[in-house]
Design a protein around this ligand. Structure first.
Ligand SMILES: Nc1ncnc2c1ncn2[C@@H]1O[C@H](COP(=O)(O)OP(=O)(O)OP(=O)(O)O)[C@@H](O)[C@H]1O
Length: 814
């Protein structure tokens, strides 16, 4: 089993320097000398010259260099090792220059005289776009797809004389949302507008909300659903027709049903009639199964936004069920009452299905079999793609030029090779560089998104960047000390840890006599139980101020947060002029967060497509932006994986990034070590911080184990140096005691948890919240990981379990 390496690594004690070991029989708990003995070590990371394409990837050594400086905290020996010793060699740049041959912004509106009316959009709607959105000129994909989607009602001639299903593949940030929304809204508006003097009942404008849901848009995440609803709501609210002889009925009601919202309220809205519905699959299926008044008999459009993601997430079964319900309920050709009214070229004769994504490939074939009828394929690039290739049986040829992913031309892609120990400080240095221009010595506004592989890591970094370096709330010297008793002081301090000083003060004022509440809130911060989290959200703000980042605002977003805080964070980060969003892949797809300057992929995505989507949160609609990938020295072969997709990020050396924290000249080592110490001291200052760091560490290891088999030669947990990795969680030693929880049944569950790919999405509706119904807490946590939330290590404070027990595990530290 591929995963065996985990056992070997988890049972070692990385922070203990090892003597050369001899392989004893079958003992998987003993490090193999072959790994460590061949690796060149340096005290300062250096670059070894290699030739492009012929570089060797050094393995990380299985020993750690320890600097003196033992501290005793929480009853255990803590050894502070130097950041700049015993790191593996970093080969020099793999790729110095981007090899992109295309020029100009590829996802911007077109530069010619194209207009929306020119591609068939009604002039009232086109004017509305200009006034509401300042959207004047279509993008390439809009110009190609909209006339096809307008069908026979289009004034623009296409190869299609009737309505067809459409597959839209276009770069991130190229306006795919309007590509599918505009034709639907245009056709609905055309159906509800008619000359005032018309007498023929069949020519009368249509305007009955009770027709039910005529269009459904499915998205993989709640945030994306909310975003689409926002755009939809704006474009359906047209003013009166400019032409005074025309009459338009206002009846189109947009709506949303997503996990995390009140089902009863959603039912009530559906009963009244929601005409264009945006939804996540699990909740949609729930209403199809349980809401009698949900009428889709007149459904004309079904849009699968981020269609490949909908399949990735294990929604396939849910989607099939949805399609079956839709087929069954629309089979009769719609509700009799409306059958004669929903005629005319504005209404598609048959239900039209639209698939959208920046990364549609093999997945389309899966969908094509059961959801599409002879689809037209529209690509946002100028390459004329052959839909038949996408839809043909058999595997898509990786070498096929047409099948490679494309990213916006103006997106600058970079990567940096950073040894495990130095990851955290390099992240901090890169973030600081985003807010401070060293040349002009001025602070700058910037918006940055950092992607992590799991919720626990997001929580850890959010907490660390928010609080490390801040003076701890000192109750005795607090000016506003109003004679709290001891218990309240303790509570106030803990709150300070959780929500920041300002919030803690506010909250503490309301505390009087409510100690019980407070205590539960405190523990909520480290618990991942959904119920408790809800309570924590009572005091939770969508952002905090980071002392480490010069008082910049930081945010977090992941699938384990409750819906209110997710929505609030999404809205506030969208509005913010500057700040950092720490997130999982819940924010990778489709989210249009304005003016993001830089993306940092701190953990490599487990799906190559997510590399493209994460990077695509910047450089949208013709704007510039940079996306940087962090790699360990042992992960350099991932560049070949990217290269095979024509993705050629340029190298930035770690030293270049670290120089951003140099105070005098180019000496970055001293400040780096100082800041690292500050962060480590923060972690050591409180047991809850240690717990957060340990959970993040283990969840990251588990997420690492979910890289696909084809990438195991690059990302194998065996190759992680756990002691060094611990340093990147500001821990002075790798968490240990991993055997204690390995008992009986739990062992089996824990194994599943380590390998989410195996049990992925067994239950239904996980991504929309019904994971709470799953009784087994381990499984529940794991399953919930489905919604971009791998490894919420609720039950694990000591890390995952091992299959093989060691009789006397060595102490984790000296
Ligand atoms: N023709 C246009 N002119 C100006 N702005 C536009 C135009 N079309 C779309 N936009 C804006 O461009 C931004 C990106 O659009 P959208 O989110 O639909 O991109 P996308 O292609 O779906 O990206 P992703 O693949 O990341 O989901 C949005 O803010 C949208 O309002």
């Amino acid at each position: 089993m591929e995963d065996d390496g985990i056992l070997l690594n988890f049972s070692t004690t990385p922070s203990t320097p090892k003597k050369p070991t001899v392989k004893r029989g079958n003992d998987r708990g003993v490090s193999k000398p072959s790994v460590s003995s061949t690796t060149p070590r340096t005290t300062i990371p250096v670059s070894a010259p290699t030739e492009e394409g012929t570089e060797e990837t050094p393995e990380e050594e299985a020993t750690t260099g320890l600097a003196p400086g033992t501290k005793i905290r929480h009853g255990r020996a803590q050894i502070a090792s130097s950041l700049f010793s015993s790191n593996p060699l970093i080969p020099t740049t793999y790729q110095k220059k981007s090899l992109s041959t295309r020029e100009g912004a590829s996802n911007a509106p077109m530069l010619d005289s194209s207009s929306f009316t020119g591609i068939g959009i009604e002039s009232d709607l086109a004017d509305h776009l200009v006034n509401k959105y300042n959207v004047t000129t279509p993008t390439n994909v809009q110009a190609k797809a909209i006339p096809i989607l307008l069908g026979p009602s289009s004034s623009v001639k296409t190869d299609h004389t009737e309505d067809v299903d459409v597959v839209v593949q276009a770069e991130t940030g190229s306006g795919k949302t309007l590509t599918y929304l505009l034709p639907i809204v245009n056709r609905l508006i055309a159906a509800s507008t008619a000359p005032k003097d018309v007498t023929d009942p069949k020519q009368q404008p249509f305007g009955d909300r009770m027709v039910g849901t005529v269009a459904i848009i499915l998205t993989p995440t709640r945030e994306l659903a909310q975003q689409v609803l926002g755009v939809l709501t704006q474009i359906v609210s047209l003013p009166r027709p400019k032409d005074e002889n025309m009459r338009r009925l206002h009846w189109i009601v947009p709506g949303i049903v997503i996990g995390g919202d009140s089902k009863a309220k959603e039912k009530a809205r559906l009963r009244k009639g929601v005409n264009v519905l945006v939804s996540t699959p699990g909740r949609l299926l729930d209403h199809l199964e349980n809401t009698k008044s949900f009428d889709i008999s007149n459904l004309k459009w079904l849009v699968l936004d981020e269609a490949d993601r909908l399949l990735d997430l294990g929604f396939e079964e849910t989607l099939k069920k949805i399609m079956n319900y839709i087929d069954a309920r629309t089979m009769m050709g719609g509700n009799e009452k409306y059958r004669d009214l929903l005629v005319g070229k504005q209404w598609p004769k048959r239900r039209q299905t639209i698939l959208c994504s920046a990364t549609l490939r093999d997945d389309v074939k899966q969908l094509a079999g059961w959801s599409l009828v002879k689809p037209a394929f529209v690509s946002g690039t100028d390459t004329k793609r052959d839909a038949s290739k996408l839809l043909a049986a058999g595997h898509i040829d990786e070498e096929d030029e047409e099948m490679k992913f494309t990213t916006p031309n103006q997106l600058k892609q970079t990567y940096t090779i950073v040894p495990a120990k130095l990851r955290l400080i390099t992240l901090l240095a890169m973030l600081r560089s985003c807010f401070y221009d060293k040349r002009t010595r001025k602070s700058v506004n910037s918006k940055v998104i950092v992607f992590f592989s799991c919720c626990d890591s997001v929580d850890f970094h959010y907490d660390l960047f928010a609080h490390a370096g801040k003076p701890i709330l000192d109750e005795d010297s607090d000016e506003e000390d109003d004679g709290d008793d001891d218990e309240q002081k303790i509570m106030k301090k803990a709150l300070n840890d959780i929500v920041g000083k300002q919030e803690a003060k506010k909250f503490a004022k309301n505390l009087t006599g409510n100690n019980k509440n407070f205590k539960s809130n405190r523990s909520d911060d480290i618990a991942s139980d959904g119920k408790n989290k809800k309570k924590a959200a009572v005091v939770e703000e969508a952002s905090q101020i980071s002392t480490l980042l010069g008082e910049k605002q930081i945010f977090r977003l992941h699938g384990d947060l409750n819906q209110q805080i997710r929505s609030k964070t999404f809205a506030e980060f969208s509005k913010a002029k500057a700040g950092v969003l720490f997130c999982t892949d819940v924010a990778a797809r489709g989210l249009d967060l304005p003016n993001v300057d830089r993306i940092i992929q701190y953990d490599v995505p487990t799906d190559l497509k997510d590399y493209v989507h994460r990077a695509g949160r910047t450089a949208r609609l013709g704007k510039t932006g940079e996306a940087t990938l962090f790699l360990l020295p042992s992960e350099m072969d991932y560049l070949d994986v990217l290269k095979a997709q024509d993705l050629f990020p340029e190298s930035i050396t770690m030293e270049t990034i670290l120089k951003n924290i140099a105070e005098q000249g180019d000496d970055f080592q001293t400040p780096a070590q100082d800041i690292q110490n500050t962060m480590e001291n923060y972690i050591l200052s409180d047991e809850t911080h240690v717990m957060l760091a340990r959970k993040a560490f283990w969840s990251t290891c588990r997420a690492y184990a979910t890289h696909p088999a084809a990438e195991k030669h690059i990302f194998h947990v065996k190759r992680l140096h756990l002691g060094h990795l611990a340093k990147s969680f500001a821990l002075r030693e790798a968490p240990s005691n991993i055997h204690e929880k390995t008992k009986g049944k739990k062992r089996k569950d824990a194994k599943n948890e380590r390998m989410p790919g195996l049990k992925k999405f067994e239950g239904k509706d996980k991504p929309t919240g019904s994971y709470k119904n799953i009784k087994d807490p381990l499984k529940r946590n794991f399953d919930h990981a489905g919604e971009f939330a791998i490894a919420s290590a609720a039950s694990m404070t000591d890390g995952p379990t091992t299959k093989k027990k060691k009789k006397n595990p060595p102490p984790a530290s000296r």
